[in-house]
Design a binder for this molecule. Structure first.
Ligand SMILES: [Zn+2]
Length: 245
């Protein structure tokens, strides 16, 4: 059933979108891809970056993993198979993208598993717990700073702080920090609330996520940004000082 729907969709794509964009596909096939943006999103089926941004083939290079996380750079590199880091490396060093966007989202199962810890149904999985531990420190600080708040509120805080943590981790890759310092690369921490269809972006001045209105957005890290502004602890402190929702 589910697969039928998928194949029907492909048939529709072939007769519709593909035909209507033949020139684009021909250009992409002959000239290759040259996207200017890397989006690191969650594997969650509800938050497809291409659909959310209404982009076309060739526009965005995309990495999707559990909870839209960027692991810390492994320095010196080891022989483990770092799928996310390899995709980031190709986008930055190979394609020379100009923007990297981390796109977290509301109701993220990966972040909920991190918050719930051993109480989570995923606690015994082979790979997942280790993967989401990328943001374990963020979770610990959130649980401490937001003690007494609802689980929903703590999960949301960790969703957003994890995005900031991933941006901070991006700066740990020397070829990213170098390009940011040279003004060639800009980093963004975004969070999408699917229950209201609203996109939010981290504001490094106030340390909270602001609703994105129109086509203006404050970058999280650009040339000259002080690294101290992208600490997830700043966001968690700001949320702790705000009234509960
Ligand atoms: Zn998710």
């Amino acid at each position: 059933m589910a697969l039928d729907r998928l194949l029907k969709g492909f048939a529709d794509f072939r007769l519709g979108y593909y035909r209507e964009h033949l020139d684009l596909f021909e250009k992409l096939a002959t000239e290759g891809q040259s996207p200017k943006i890397l989006i690191i999103g969650c594997a969650d089926a509800r938050v497809d970056p291409g659909i959310l941004t209404q982009t076309q083939p060739g526009d965005i290079f995309t990495v999707r993993n559990i909870a839209a996380m960027v692991p810390p750079a492994q320095i010196p590199p080891d022989q483990a198979q770092h799928g996310t880091s390899a995709a980031i490396e190709y986008a930055v060093r190979g394609l020379e993208v100009e923007h990297v966007v981390i796109l977290g989202h509301a109701l993220c199962g990966g972040i909920a598993a991190l918050v719930d810890g051993s109480a989570s149904a995923a606690a015994g999985y082979d790979y997942l717990t280790t993967w989401i531990s990328v943001a374990r420190n963020v979770r610990d600080v959130a649980v401490n700073d937001l003690a007494g708040r609802s689980r929903e509120e703590i999960v949301r805080a960790v969703e957003q702080a994890s995005v900031v943590n991933s941006v901070a981790n991006l700066m740990g890759f020397p070829w990213i920090a170098e390009r940011v310092r040279a003004g060639k690369l800009v980093l963004h921490a975004w969070w999408f609330n699917l229950t209201e269809g609203q996109l939010y972006a981290f504001n490094p001045d106030t340390a909270v996520f602001d609703a994105v209105k129109g086509i203006e957005v404050t970058p999280t890290v650009r040339q000259g940004t002080k690294l101290s502004t992208i600490k997830p602890e700043r966001l968690l402190l700001a949320l702790a000082n705000k009234p509960a929702f």
